[in-house]
Design a protein around this ligand. Structure first.
Ligand code: ZN
Length: 222
């Protein structure tokens, strides 16, 4: 569907902490984090919050699909759509799932497949018929899911760790910096370095360092 050099971004979920459907959130939707980025025909997905369910309905029509799914981190609002992602059930599809905040003690395979464990979910590992591969990386490394797609990563300031991404393709760049806490007294050099000169920056922060966890307002972050 894409022209040869298209660089495309679409939001499938923009809320933080919990899904929040209703009239007040109808304009941008009530689903939690999920972003679609296409570099020509190569499909990149960022986070598997509840927005990935609706994206999956659309993506299924494109099978066979090969795509890379990058997790910023694995708090519920960024992973709970994974068991509801229909293309993962389809043997024609293949996904590579990446995360940078879990090494060395945990792995993204353990975590994502653990979401399907009995009795949390009626699905199981055998139900996921798509070809799945899992890649843990060290935050700060540059990833190359395709020879012409470079993804720089940087650490964000968030409980349990989180990875910011800068996707570079065809001379353009899009940054995805979500769930990062402001430092009240200074700018975050890691974020500034990651986003310098970018064409698009997608940024989200719910609270400052000092506020967590005293004054968290769930569900209204965009
Ligand atoms: Zn989080």
């Amino acid at each position: 569907m894409a022209e040869s050099d298209d660089f495309f971004v679409r939001f499938w979920g923009v809320r933080g902490s919990i899904p929040c459907p209703g009239a007040a959130t109808a304009r941008y939707g009530g689903n939690t984090s999920c972003l679609e980025i296409r570099c020509a025909d190569h499909i990149l997905i960022f986070d598997s919050g509840m927005g990935i369910h609706e994206f999956g309905q659309v993506l299924e029509r494109e099978a066979p699909v090969r795509a890379d799914l990058f997790l910023s981190h694995t708090h519920y609002d960024h992973v709970w759509g994974w068991p509801h992602f229909a293309p993962a059930l389809d043997r024609r599809n293949a996904f590579t799932i990446w995360a940078g905040h879990l090494m060395p003690d945990r792995s993204i395979e353990e975590l994502m497949m653990g979401l399907l464990d009995d009795p949390l979910n009626p699905l199981n590992r055998k139900t996921l018929q798509a070809s799945l591969s899992f890649r843990d990386f060290e935050i700060g490394h540059t990833l190359e899911p395709q020879p012409d797609v470079r993804i720089r990563t940087a650490p964000l300031n968030h409980p349990n760790g989180s990875s910011g991404y800068r996707i570079e393709y065809n001379g353009r760049s899009i940054c995805y910096v979500t769930d990062t806490e402001h430092k009240p007294d200074r700018l975050d050099e890691n974020v500034l370095a990651l986003i310098e000169g970018a064409d698009i920056v997608i940024y989200d922060s719910t609270y400052t360092d000092e506020e967590f966890p005293k004054h968290v307002t769930w569900g209204h972050s965009t």
